[in-house]
Ligand binder design. Sequence first.
Ligand code: TEU
Length: 560
Amino acid sequence: MKSIRDKVIYQVYVKSFMDSNGDGKGDIAGITMKLDYLKRLGVDCLWLTPVFVSPMNDNGYDVADYYRIDPSFGTMEDLEILIAEAKKRGLGIMLDMVFNHTSTEHEWFRKALAGDRKYKDYYIFRKGREALPPTNWISKFGGNAWEMVPGTDEYYLHLFDRTQADLNWENEELRKELFDVVNYWIGKGVTGFRFDVVNLISKPEVFEDDSTGDGRRFYTDGPKIHEHLKELMRNTFGKHEGMITVGEMSSTSIENCVRYSNPLEEELSMVFNFHHLKVDYEAGDKWTLKEFDFMELKRIMGDWQEGMEKEGGWMALFYNNHDQPRAVSRFGNDKRYHRESAKMLATSIHLMRGTPYIYQGEEFGMPNAYFQDISEYRDVESINYYDILKSNGMDEALILEVLRAKSRDNGRTPMLWDGSEGHGFTTVEPWLPFARVSGIDAESDISSDDSIFNHYRKLINLRKEYAVISDGSFRMACMDDNRLLCYLRCKDEGKLLVVNNFYEEETSLDLNEILVETGNDFSSCTFQDALISNYPDLIKSGDMIKVRPYESFALYVEDN
Ligand code: TEU
């Protein structure tokens, strides 16, 4: 699978990317307007978040018709133009397939509610236990995961919002319908897919209470998950050369991810997992305030990188997406060391083993939203949890602080293309307020000497130029250092030492220790050997390198 190894994928959150028609919402034609920008960045492929007909309770992750484009995003013709224009520029398009659930407004669900037995079996309906729902499972967006059908003693399962009903993958006809959807879009010329929470599609045979947790252990990486994915591949994208597929895996394991992504298993090209993004959850609870645990981040990254490599798995590399707060605000410093830390984070993840994903706006350092009032939020999860935390007795000011750190809307504010009032995104009021920051936008970043955008361009080019980046082995270094994330990439022709200071305190790196620890000698390296850096020089004396605030560099030594 050499083909995916030197690729970089760019995620477009369509609603916030570019508004072409002045309604305050991003749309497909807006993406086409920005293709040259994306080409200039150098990415290979765009993943679009769902653009299908939807009541938008979860911004398109509640699909009501898999075959039609939601009018707020444009028309089928807009998508065809985008695919064709992207292709002209050598860019692929990946669509987001939400197959764990549909919107309760999907025709199938309406028919199910109307009593049509065929469609009822497309979903998961169960009888309640007297006044209680079928099980005590908790929805990912808060509250019990079962919703009662009014006027009956039955409930349907919804692992997410109550307007997102879980599909029954045990039903063969349903599976066939979903495969038809994938084939339809392949026919339109898309080059890949992202499968939303796809490791949750296989539910257990028996539905029972979870006495120790929220139910996830019964349906995560469920009993028939690998069987379903193999069948999906065989019947759809597996028939076509070069398709790129990525599965979003919730609360998964390395062992399962190896199976999802090792080419020999014939399931997917690669996987997203989220363990490294829970390092600022207090006792596993997202809705808390906690400094991120750097040592834990290192441990998880190291385990996944090394574990996936060992068994031939392949990972998607990312800190940002539309469900996450912005990494530059979360793990970096978006004030005093904005550029330094944005670049450091980019280097730290792009030079790992896997396929890097850039989430819109991170290429010029977009920070968190910094909203001050609950009325500014739009995300269903944030609003649900605002109510839940309130009813738990949490103080309003604290709730708002938690949301400022954790809300998914942090990653969803509209693109800041320039410094004008509508930020080059729209000419009217945007659907979600712009991030409450000043001085950060694409135009001013690109025109500056030490632009973040250019740093990303360079990282993308390096992956294409150096096999040690796309194909080399991975090994963590300086495991006990509590400021530096260091790792080594090796390949016959050369080796790379990547050093990242995650803190604003200065520290130092001893190349002799690297030699002792890993057997690799970088002691003769100078600034000339840095493939990339976020400072204009390297401060070295003997074997010691002084590592400045958020400094990051990668030293390359050719093997002869
Ligand atoms: O997200 C899956 C998911 O469970 C998380 O990313 C979740 O949003 C987070 O853990 C909450 O704390 C996917 C989509 O990316 C997301 O936007 C959708 O809301 C969700 O599935 C449902 O389709």
